[in-house]
Design a protein around this ligand. Structure first.
Ligand code: ZN
Length: 175
């Protein structure tokens, strides 16, 4: 099945003084994950910092529910290898702390790789929602400051919760 090529763009205001509060979260580096940056647990959607984001997503996509939500903290040199979130209907990225020079989110054209990729430049507060099966990557972060983003997946509400038994992968490597 052809993926939906539309990437929806919205704006969700970052929470007031979130900078101090996200430092309270636990971060890990996962050598097996495509995202080589500091990562939280895969589902911290119940953290109050993300109430407005989760609420907006459920308003914008009423037939879907947030299944995973994590935070990625990129330091200089961190990157994300090409991967997708196959098995999920939608995936999203929400830019919390970035500048215009920060590494973008890149969607290569897999079927026609000679065509230019789709490039999503980061801007604080912007929320981008895309088909979970679309491969994407983040080139190494070169800015001197950190790049902080929130990512996650949406799944149709009719899918039984028992699928999410903790073993369901949040991502797939594509190459
Ligand atoms: Zn930057």
């Amino acid at each position: 099945m052809q993926p939906n090529l539309t990437i929806d763009k919205f704006y969700v205001r970052p929470p007031v003084k979130y900078e101090e509060n996200i430092k309270e979260l636990s971060f890990y580096r996962r050598s097996e994950a495509p995202v080589q940056a500091e990562l939280t647990d895969w589902d911290i959607s119940d953290c109050y910092l993300f109430d407005s984001l989760v609420g907006q997503l459920h308003v914008l996509y009423p037939k879907y529910k947030v299944e995973d939500l994590w935070l990625a903290w990129y330091r200089q040199g961190d990157y994300a290898e090409a991967h997708n979130h196959i098995g999920f209907d939608w995936s999203f990225v929400w830019y919390l702390d970035t500048c215009v020079h920060c590494s973008p989110l890149v969607f290569p054209n897999i079927l026609r790789p000679w065509l230019p990729p789709e490039v999503i430049k980061p801007k604080v507060g912007n929320l981008h929602v895309f088909d979970g099966s679309r491969p994407h990557y983040v080139p190494p972060h070169t800015c001197a400051h950190d790049r902080i983003v929130v990512s996650g997946n949406l799944i149709h509400r009719t899918v039984q919760n028992d699928l999410n038994d903790g073993t369901r992968p949040q991502y797939s490597k594509v190459f």
